[in-house]
Design a binder for this molecule. Structure first.
Ligand code: ADP
Length: 485
């Protein structure tokens, strides 16, 4: 275990296999860094291919028993896990702030959101339905039922270390599946602490196994090649999602993919501008911009563009940047060097392409992976900040004149996760929402995520839905039994 500043209980740092905490089979560990200063926060067991196979074995052994557990029991485990998460919320928030860098208010919001998946799926566990049908020709009956898909491999990112995992583990447990979790190498501690909470909540040994590793490529590929694994659920980049889909093809494995986004944020001239700025602050700056749902590009109707840019720059420029867990900080560091270097490169390219900096725009000197809140105007629509997923605190603003024009701009991307529209005319908002090629649209809202809603994207943003009634379906297969009567 490791002791993390501010976190009262020791945080587990081993692999979690079959209910046991253990060292890596190679004996190796890797460092988890504090993004605020680059110092080592903890050393975590570095799982190997051998370890992941042991985890798959444990999940496979636990499957028949868990699949047969009464739904009410599975529901109660999740309900208890929800309660423990809420009770220990501050501890989780501090841990996430420390290992991911995010500001404490963001970490607290994530914890609430993460816990909610357990509550939602506790409620879904007892509502797995089926039906009884009469064949059209008469004479036979069809009973349709849903069964757990089997052993699941859950690969998660670092931006929401708790929520991206509870969003998968909630429905997996509710459905009666067992899992092997591969958390992101930057943020394994939250996943390990979550595994401990699930054990406390009564989840049996082997149902949830966690293998942190620095060698995601080989360790995940080993699990993907194992016939005992029947499902992959991945949240991360489109690039890695495609690799996993190719591997899944070899086993015809059930696949859920939550991939990258390039969310447009559209402000029409009939919008309440202050509400649009509030929404933009949420859509852009929640989690420091490190969200696949983050507003990545702003299209503002010409008449209100300069007023919007001015108000947004004032709000963003007034944020307090610092170590995420320090009092009053509203923007922490980005998660790692690679991420801050990418944001810096995108801003430099975009300015080189003709954009003008209103606030921010320069990476500060010194330790830690900081980047200031940045607003860019006069941004060419083909500049890097408009076409690449920035994943940082950068708001590039372009203008539009007609709805037709903004739809063309918004849809000119291989991604299709979410879009935001601000307008005073609901019918106009709904017309735009129907024409936007995304899985989700926020009208006059800067955040759409909700455990009770089916989160997911179209185009290269992914396959499948997480949360809502749809979420549990991703962990179930349909079977029917036909018989004469
Ligand atoms: P991000 O850009 O958010 O870091 P990634 O897609 O690189 O997104 O990472 C998301 C998750 O996928 C992490 O848990 C990471 O370790 C894992 N991962 C990265 N590369 C691979 C790979 N080649 N095969 C399997 N998993 C991978």
């Amino acid at each position: 275990t490791a002791s993390v500043p501010g976190v009262q209980t020791p945080v587990p740092t081993g692999l979690f296999v079959g209910g046991q905490w253990q060292a890596s089979s190679s004996g190796a560990t890797f460092d988890v860094l504090d993004p605020a200063d680059g110092s080592v926060l903890a050393q975590v067991a570095d799982g190997t291919s051998e370890d992941v196979l042991a985890a798959v074995g444990a999940a496979h052994a636990a499957l028949p028993g868990f699949a047969a557990t009464a739904p009410r029991k599975r529901s109660e485990m999740l309900r208890r896990a929800f309660e423990i998460l809420v009770e220990r919320g501050e501890e989780f928030a501090l841990l996430m702030s420390r290992e991911n860098g995010k500001a404490l208010p963001d970490a607290r919001a994530e914890l609430t959101y993460a816990a909610e998946f357990f509550r939602w799926f506790a409620e879904e566990a007892v509502r797995i339905d089926g039906d009884y049908r009469v064949a059209p020709a008469g004479g036979t009956r069809t009973v349709v039922t849903h069964q757990p898909v089997g052993v699941c491999l859950l690969v998660t990112p670092w931006n929401f270390p708790a929520a991206m995992l509870t969003r998968k583990l909630g429905p997996a447990i509710a459905a009666g599946c067992t899992s092997v979790v591969k958390p992101a190498e930057d943020t394994p501690l939250t996943a390990l602490l979550l595994a401990q909470v699930l054990t406390e909540a009564g989840v049996p040994d082997g149902v949830v196994n966690v293998i942190p590793t620095m060698n995601a490529k080989d360790v995940v590929a080993t699990a993907m090649d194992d016939d005992r694994v029947r499902k992959i659920s991945f949240t991360g980049s489109t690039e890695v999602g495609k690799i996993l889909l190719r591997q899944a093809a070899d086993k015809v494995m059930v696949s859920s993919m939550e991939l990258g986004g390039n969310a447009p944020f559209v402000v029409c001239d009939d919008a309440d501008l202050d509400a649009a700025v509030d929404g933009a602050m949420l859509a852009k700056m929640r989690n420091g911009g490190e969200a696949c749902t983050a507003a990545n590009r702003f299209y503002v109707q010409s008449g209100v563009a300069s007023a919007f840019a001015e108000k947004l720059a004032a709000r963003m420029g007034a944020m307090t940047v610092g170590r995420g867990s320090d009092d009053g900080v509203t923007l922490g560091p980005l998660v790692n060097e690679e991420t801050v270097a990418k944001v810096d490169r995108i801003v430099t390219d975009t300015v080189g392409a003709g954009a003008r900096v209103v606030t921010g725009g320069t990476r500060p000197e010194g330790a830690g992976f900081f980047y200031p809140p940045t607003v860019l105007v006069d941004v060419p629509t083909d500049a890097a900040a408009m076409t690449e997923e920035t994943f940082g605190p950068v708001a590039p603003i372009a203008t539009f004149d007609t709805d037709e024009q903004v739809l063309t701009l918004a849809n000119a991307t291989p991604y299709g996760l979410v879009a935001y529209v601000y307008t005073g005319d609901l019918a106009r908002g709904l017309r735009l929402a129907e024409a936007l090629e995304t899985g989700m649209v926020g009208i006059n809202r800067g955040v759409v995520s909700d455990p009770a809603a089916p989160f997911g994207g179209v185009k290269q943003s992914g396959l499948g839905r997480e949360g809502g009634h749809e979420g549990i379906g991703e962990y179930l297969t349909t079977k029917y039994v036909s018989f004469p009567l």
